[in-house]
Design a protein around this ligand. Structure first.
Ligand code: SF4
Ligand code: SF4
Length: 359
């Protein structure tokens, strides 16, 4: 298995990581733990879990598997969403017990959805509690997981608090996160990428996304995984596995694979613009909006409708990904300035009206 250094931590992690949020039958701890063992046997050594995943079974599943795996053969990543320091400590201790390990290798300050949340975690004592736990040896590396866009993530990494970051990154949404990768590279930090297959969007739109495929790729799933792991700033792609076949396919995607050179990555990125008429590429040329409308976030939301064909795809994107009320789209005064600048000539005003109507 191809491994990369996770920033400057000294850990070498497999470029495919096990995302522990998609077990087929999480209540069956033994069968689920067997899937973890299968992945480990195939060379995966980075296992990502969290409280609440899979009806709160995921940490127990991982713990059951870890108890029979040599401790120096794997890295465990888990998370805590609390702002309060005492609550973070309680959550960490619960995770340690459930996972059956003496220390969490990669402990995430979990799920930044709004830039001010980093300050909330600071003021509530969560960051200090995590740092204390690190000094005690209960946490090896303090990292962060974020749904912020590139610039906000760059500010999070510039804070110097973290040794790495987990972000959603794939061949569709990469423009929104480009500045994250630049900041991570600047500070020599690790980057784990979740959602490398766009939550299933990429395989579901295989024909439309055929331009992702390079000469070595059998299908768009391979192409999408390789798109992520070929990039020097990305350490690993986390895949949520539910069966052995999925593990084997992901492992096959990176075995005997020569990372794609920068010009291929650039060709794929250009293909998003050229092959996707009507698709927002996240270039941000439309900004700033005089009334502060976060246009790229709303246009990314509309991308989901283009791909999935439903309003629900938009409401879910707004709620779970951007944490943005649909009503905020109504702040548009229809001045038209953004449409003159839009590199994709999108009908931004019309789309904002459609999004505002979801409120
Ligand atoms: S048209 Fe609306 S979104 Fe575009 S710049 Fe003007 S106010 Fe902002
Ligand atoms: S300029 Fe157009 S394509 Fe670029 S982010 Fe703005 S809306 Fe999207």
């Amino acid at each position: 298995m191809w491994k990369k250094p996770y920033g400057r931590t000294g850990a070498a992690i497999s470029v495919i990581g096990f995302g522990g949020m998609r077990f087929a039958n999480p209540a069956d701890l033994d069968a689920s733990a067997a899937l973890v063992h299968h992945a480990h046997a195939r060379g995966i050594n980075y296992f990502d879990t969290a409280p609440y995943y899979c009806d709160d079974h995921s940490e127990d599943i991982m713990g059951r598997a870890f108890r029979t795996m040599p401790r120096d053969s794997f890295f465990v990543s888990t998370k805590c969403i609390e702002s309060d320091g005492a609550k973070l400590r309680a959550s960490l201790e619960r995770s340690l017990t459930r996972l059956g390990v003496e220390a969490i290798d990669f402990f995430h300050i979990w799920c930044l959805l709004r830039p001010e949340q980093l300050d909330e975690r600071r003021k509530g004592g969560a960051i200090a509690a995590a740092q204390r736990a690190k000094e005690e040896g209960l946490i090896r590396h303090l990292v962060v997981s974020s749904h912020l866009d590139g610039e906000d993530n760059a500010a999070v990494l510039d804070s110097g608090l973290f040794e790495g970051i987990t972000i959603g990154y794939n061949a569709i949404n990469f423009p929104f996160r480009a500045k994250t990768l630049e900041a991570a590279a600047r500070h020599n930090l690790g980057v784990a990428t979740m959602n490398p297959l766009g939550g299933g969007l990429i395989p579901r739109n295989a024909q439309r996304l055929a331009f992702l495929k390079g000469p070595q790729d059998q299908d768009v799933v391979q192409a999408a995984l390789r798109f992520n792991v070929s990039q020097p700033a990305i350490t690993c792609a986390l895949v949520g596995f539910s069966c052995e076949r999925e593990v084997d396919e992901a492992v096959a995607a990176v075995e005997n694979f020569t990372p794609y050179p920068a010009d291929h990555i650039e060709r794929v990125k250009a293909g998003i613009g050229a092959g996707f008429a009507g698709f927002c590429t996240g270039c941000e040329y439309c900004l700033p909006c005089p009334t502060g409308v976060p246009i790229p976030k709303f246009m990314d939301t509309f991308n989901q409708k283009i791909l999935e064909g439903t309003d629900r795809a938009m409401t879910e994107r707004l709620k779970w990904h951007w944490s943005l009320p649909a009503a905020d789209a109504a702040a548009c005064t229809e001045c038209g300035a953004c449409e003159e600048l839009c590199t994709q000539h999108l009908p931004i005003r019309e789309r904002l009206r459609e999004i505002a109507a979801l409120a």
